[in-house]
Design a protein around this ligand. Structure first.
Ligand SMILES: [Fe+2]
Length: 151
């Protein structure tokens, strides 16, 4: 699977609504769509200047939607999926969000992401809507996308 742009990414994030039956899923009792919005909103509050980190929070759980039966491979899947559109840093944050080795330079960012991912599981909280993130996604994609860069 390959993402061809922000619109396809948004479609995929919309498809996370209602995804709550996966064993060991990221969002706990909260569905993946709400978990993604809550994680991103928490990062927007704690790290307001870091759009890439916020976007990593928004997309970090996509692998669970695409391959729900593979709890170990889903982070790599999501990281590989978003890399061409959102760049190496977002991809790396997604890849390592659930633990394991991190480069020193990544540590603070990963801790922030992991904290938001743990905290973003509150049932019934209003964390906004996906449309709020379109501009930020387009900004990060415009900075990093290799799509269309060859001309
Ligand atoms: Fe998560």
């Amino acid at each position: 699977m390959e993402l061809r742009g922000v619109e396809e990414l948004m479609d995929l994030l919309h498809a996370c609504r209602g995804a709550r039956d996966t064993p060991g899923r990221c969002g706990g009792r909260v569905d993946l769509h709400d978990h993604a919005l809550q994680t991103a909103a928490l990062l927007r509050r704690s790290r307001p200047a870091d759009k890439e980190l916020q976007v990593a929070g928004l997309v970090h759980a996509l692998g669970q939607l695409l391959r729900p039966a593979d709890p170990t491979g889903h982070t790599d899947l999501a990281a590989d999926l978003v890399r061409p559109l959102l760049g190496e840093r977002v991809s790396g944050l997604v890849r390592h969000h659930s633990g394991g080795y991190a480069h020193d330079a990544e540590t603070d960012d990963l801790l922030s992401l992991r904290h938001a991912h743990e905290a973003g599981r509150v049932v019934g909280i209003d964390a906004g809507v996906l449309e709020d993130w379109r501009t930020v996604l387009e900004l990060v994609a415009a900075q990093h996308s290799r799509l269309g860069a060859v001309d």
